[in-house]
Ligand binder design. Structure first.
Ligand SMILES: Nc1nc2c(ncn2[C@@H]2O[C@H](COP(=O)(O)OP(=O)(O)OP(=O)(O)O)[C@@H](O)[C@H]2O)c(=O)[nH]1
Ligand SMILES: [Mg+2]
Length: 284
């Protein structure tokens, strides 16, 4: 496995001078991102870092941006999304470090921040940082994120710890099962950063064919109800992204999503104009 890890990255820092925002980068959702407090001007793509608490998201953030987001060995440090940027092969990427969360479904402020950003900000790429020593537990969030976007790279972090515990992981098998790139890494020692940058670029530019694993729910009646509610949401909030996922959550009585309807979040974050592209991954 160690042979699959590339050498430390030479391209991550310092970023090149900001290029003009890419006119053809249709995956930026600047209006929604602005509403979420993230200014993407001067950047070509938006990348979110998501993952369970304490998996090394901020360490990846720091390695990519050269910034010093607080890192520690206890969970719960990153409360709001820290922002930074990096350059790779003449493109500028805005990077947002999201709070650690075990789920996009339950009801805490951290989970709301992460969920709202992924749902409504529609980043061009979401890097899900997982703890290779606790893969099973971490996959729950990966699968949830794959239901709302296929534009995902899984960063299989803490691979050094996994090896120390005698664990060996088949990242190719995992990538096939999930339908998205999987990059083994040890962010603290910058191992795997080059491969991560490469995978981010490929997903951002659509040069890799991802096919996110989708979970199919319920019977025909549930499916019909989801479709009707999703259509109603779209009528009420034109341009709203991920209506199917939101409909499913509403039917399940998810309090965080119910609150997003009643407190005006959905209204605020639905786009004034329909999206140029759907959030679905090509081929899914
Ligand atoms: N051994 C090892 N430790 C790592 C690696 N990456 C991160 N760490 C350590 O893991 C701990 C947590 O790292 P953070 O980057 O703060 O994790 P986080 O995901 O941002 O945490 P939250 O913001 O609380 O969700 C720190 O002690 C890091 O030094 C790695 O690749 N290998
Ligand atoms: Mg953090």
């Amino acid at each position: 496995m160690a042979a699959d890890l590339p050498t430390p990255n030479a391209n991550a820092s310092p970023p090149p001078a900001a290029s003009a925002a890419c006119g053809t980068c249709v995956f930026n959702h600047a209006a929604q991102l602005r509403a979420l407090g993230v200014d993407v001007s001067g950047h070509d793509h938006v990348v979110a870092l998501a993952g369970n608490p304490n998996t090394g998201k901020s360490t990846v953030f720091n390695a990519l941006t050269g910034l010093r987001q607080h890192v520690g060995n206890w969970p719960g440090k990153t409360v709001t999304g820290a922002e930074g940027g990096f350059g790779y092969r003449r493109r500028r990427y805005k990077l947002v470090d999201l709070p650690g969360t075990y789920s996009l479904l339950s009801d805490s402020q951290d989970e709301d921040v992460a969920r709202d950003f992924l749902l409504f900000g529609q980043p061009d790429v979401t890097v899900v940082v997982v703890d290779a020593t606790r893969l099973q537990r971490n996959l729950n969030l990966v699968l949830q994120i794959l239901q709302i976007t296929g534009r995902v790279v899984v960063a299989l972090n803490l691979i050094d710890e996994a090896h120390r515990h005698g664990l060996s992981l088949d990242q190719r098998h995992l990538a096939r099962e999930l339908g998205v790139p999987v990059v083994p890494m040890a962010a603290r020692s910058r191992r795997g950063l080059d491969a991560l940058l490469e995978a981010i670029e490929q997903v951002a530019l659509g040069t890799v064919a991802t096919r996110a694993r989708r979970v199919h729910h319920g019977d025909a009646r549930t499916e019909r109800a989801v479709r009707e509610l999703a259509a109603q949401l779209l009528r009420e909030y034109p341009g709203l992204a991920n209506t199917r996922w939101i409909a499913l959550r509403l039917l399940e009585g998810d309090p965080g999503i119910e609150r997003a309807v009643t407190d005006g979040t959905l209204d605020r974050l639905s786009s004034p104009t329909p999206h140029a592209v759907s959030s679905e991954t090509p081929g899914t």
